[in-house]
Design a protein around this ligand. Sequence first.
Ligand code: DC
Length: 220
Amino acid sequence: MAANTIPVITIDGPSASGKGTVAQIVAKELGFHYLDSGALYRLVALKAMQTETNLVNEKILSDIAKNLDVIFINNDINLEGNNVSNTIREERCGINASKIASYQLVRESLMARQRAFRQDPGLVTDGRDMGSVIFPDSNLKVFLTASAEIRAKRRYNQLIEKGINANIADLLKDIQLRDERDSNRSLAPLQHNTDARLLDTTSLSISQAVNKVLSWYSKI
Ligand code: DC
């Protein structure tokens, strides 16, 4: 098969590290498309909750993943015609997304959908396995992280800004649990692979992190 020459920047990292914000701004700066792969897992979790699907039923969950009727329009995500952009950010969706993300059939069902985002003039994508599994030939691989405490604080501010109730101590616990689950699963675990550049944003502003990624990209 001929190599795909459309450029891709992959930004992987743990929950609430700010990778989504950074990826979105980098995409805008470069005029590239943007894929929030975590949103797909969150959508499967939401649909499973709506249909009261048992989260241990891998086959039904993978069918949900395969048949997701979702449209991404700018910053809005429409599931079956309903705008669920805020709903999928709720912690219950994140926690259940992390649980179902350990299933091979679910991951396989979402693979082609993710790769289809690689369109001209380029793509910036964020997730856990973007550089390792979905786009192993990506032009620039970044592993973006920050301390769990600062991530809990950022997630707290994000939720409050959206009018969603939150508690920092609970968020920190969720983040630590999610890190553990996402890092220790056998399939496509969250990990800093040696071919990805490490970007620790604990003491960086968003624009400093964005500039770092843009500067790396300009030099490849
Ligand atoms: O990035 P996020 O917090 O929105 O992702 C929600 C969950 O989805 C995360 O806990 C693990 C899973 N996920 C994954 O397994 N692989 C991805 N590429 C993206 C997300």
